[in-house]
Design a binder for this molecule. Structure first.
Ligand code: SAM
Length: 232
């Protein structure tokens, strides 16, 4: 379970309301039960419940049960999508080990408001579910032109291009992190945008297969195949 306080031997923690509710009301945990906590920085800790209330569960640290996870430096750069779809992408990006999620504003982006706190909350839930202790960073939305202009030279830009590119799995076999996967909006990238992306030094245009995937499907597939082929 995720908490926002430092975790250390001998520490006593009051869990946030959602996690307290989950333990008390859903899991029916009792004082003396041991749960696992993480905060994104101090690894995973076994903690013994001291008091169990509906809105506040208090736990004391027992011992560190896992060192802080180090995730591969992979960014997922995706245009904001409609609410349910971008929430799903955030969840899958966390499960699949993405280090940073970068919302990218493109010419055909149709979503103008993105609730970053909601995306982070989905990632916390996903991290709790999959046992991840390093939460992905979530960047402020950035315009595609600015993203490309400041793209770090050492980071491979992987461009999911539905108009054609190298077969994804074979292409991923030849690259290593740091890398960033770029996925377009529901309406795709414009011709000019595609040219600008391909002009980034070292950019690697990849195909995700013969069919046009939904943007959310494309994001999950690209990151999943990356993890299978080039992940650690
Ligand atoms: N209209 C659909 C939707 O509502 O999501 C399809 C959107 S598709 C144009 C969005 C993005 O997914 C593309 O810009 C591209 O980055 C990626 N994509 C989809 N299918 C792909 C494929 N076969 N190969 C490479 N990238 C693909």
């Amino acid at each position: 379970l995720y908490v926002e306080v430092p975790l250390a031997a001998g520490g006593v923690v009051t869990l946030p309301v959602p996690q307290s509710h989950y333990l008390a009301q859903v899991m029916r945990r009792q004082p003396g039960d041991v749960v696992r906590l993480f905060n994104g920085a101090d690894g995973e800790w076994a903690a013994r419940l001291v008091t169990v209330g509906r809105k506040a569960v208090v736990a004391e640290m027992v011992a560190q049960s896992a060192a802080q996870e180090v995730v591969q430096d992979l960014w997922l750069c995706s245009a904001p999508l409609k609410r349910g779809r971008i929430d799903w992408v955030a969840e899958k990006a966390c499960e699949l080990g993405v280090a940073r999620f970068v919302p990218v504003l493109t010419r055909r982006t149709i979503v103008d408001k993105l609730n970053l706190d909601r995306l982070r909350a989905h990632m916390v839930e996903a991290a709790e579910q999959c046992g991840r202790t390093a939460l992905p960073d979530v960047s402020e939305p950035v315009a595609l032109a600015a993203l490309l202009k400041d793209w770090p030279a050492e980071r491979v830009l992987i461009f999911a291009d539905e108009t054609g590119g190298a077969p994804m799995a074979a292409a991923f076999a030849g690259v290593r992190a740091p890398a960033g996967i770029l996925i377009g909006p529901e309406g795709g990238f414009t011709v000019e945008e595609r040219e600008a992306i391909r002009a980034v030094p070292g950019a690697l245009a990849v195909s995700l297969g013969p069919r046009i995937l939904r943007a959310d499907t494309a994001a999950a597939v690209a990151v999943g195949v990356w993890q299978a082929v080039a992940g650690d």
